[in-house]
Ligand binder design. Structure first.
Ligand code: HEC
Ligand code: HEC
Length: 229
């Protein structure tokens, strides 16, 4: 990790110089992230990946979140990307062995800005995502939690607040700060369309419930989680 941090800080640019987002991506990010696609086609291939795919980043992430996170990355998956390497059984619930988890490389604000621009230009193929798929609307948090947890079993793998929920998936209490709503709808509808070998199951959630779940995730993200540390 030390080596990578040094590498990334090497790209630090001086005042007045524009950082080349595409060049930084190629050189410092593609070692762990797929930036050209396609998604892993076999489990073996998936296990070689060291971070989530970024080749459709522009259809997935919210720009503002992305540029902030790249300057000050915080953990999204408590057990890392390949969670099974870092989870061990505990008395009451599984526990994370964080000793093997390394901090994410950070960028300067100028680098983050140009890398964000480069990432936001990486769009999903036409037809993979539909603008307006999320119909909006709101839901009471308590009811939303019931749809998420009791009706659909999503909490088995996702934390809905720090320390509460499953550990194999990314935390979802800030997911609507991070990801575009239309992407959330599309991913929950059919995770395998995005990543054929993803461990996230297709729960065949009925369309109205998908909308309710995304309403819930939007409401949850508005609570006052501190996602700066
Ligand atoms: C050593 C491997 C490694 C390198 C190098 C690396 N990343 Fe990552 N990246 C990861 C891992 C692992 C995660 C998952 C972190 C988490 O969930 O807490 C991640 C997460 C991300 C995320 C959030 C994605 C999501 O869907 O949760 C973004 C955005 C990102 N990286 C961008 C970059 C950029 C841009 C660079 C180059 C400057 C980069 N990464 C370099 C391993 C790496
Ligand atoms: C068996 C565990 C499991 C269950 C059950 C599960 N998920 Fe997931 N989920 C995951 C994993 C693992 C990922 C990361 C997927 C990837 O990187 O390909 C994920 C990713 C996600 C994401 C994208 C988050 C991000 O930061 O990229 C959302 C949103 C999500 N799940 C919602 C749900 C909902 C809604 C349900 C219930 C219908 C659900 N999940 C059930 C394991 C699960």
């Amino acid at each position: 990790m030390k080596r990578l941090l040094v590498l990334v800080s090497l790209v630090c640019i001086g005042p007045g110089m524009a950082a080349d987002g595409d060049a930084i991506l190629e050189k410092h990010c593609a070692t762990c992230h797929e930036i050209n696609g396609p998604a892993a086609q076999s489990v073996e291939e998936l296990w070689q990946r060291q971070g989530p795919d970024l080749f459709y980043a522009g259809s997935k992430y919210k720009r503002e979140w992305l540029s902030n996170w790249l300057v000050k990355p915080r953990r999204i998956r408590s057990a890392g990307y390949l969670f099974f390497q870092h989870i061990k059984p505990g008395d009451k619930r599984d526990i994370v062995d964080a000793s093997g988890l390394r901090p994410h490389p950070a960028l300067s604000p100028a680098e983050a800005e140009s890398v964000t621009t480069a990432l936001m230009a990486l769009k999903a193929k036409p037809g993979e995502i539909k603008a307006g798929d999320f119909k909006g609307g709101s839901i009471a948090i308590g009811f939303g939690e019931m749809v998420f947890d009791k009706f659909n079993g999503c909490m088995a793998c996702h934390e809905i607040e720090p320390g509460y929920g499953g550990l194999s998936g990314p935390e979802v209490y800030t997911v609507a700060r991070r990801l575009q709503e239309d992407y959330l709808v599309s991913f929950i509808r059919n995770p395998q369309a995005w990543n054929p070998k993803t461990p996230m199951p297709n729960k065949h959630t009925a369309e109205p419930n998908i909308q309710k779940i995304v309403q819930y995730l939007v409401a949850l993200a508005k609570e006052d989680w501190d996602d700066t540390k």
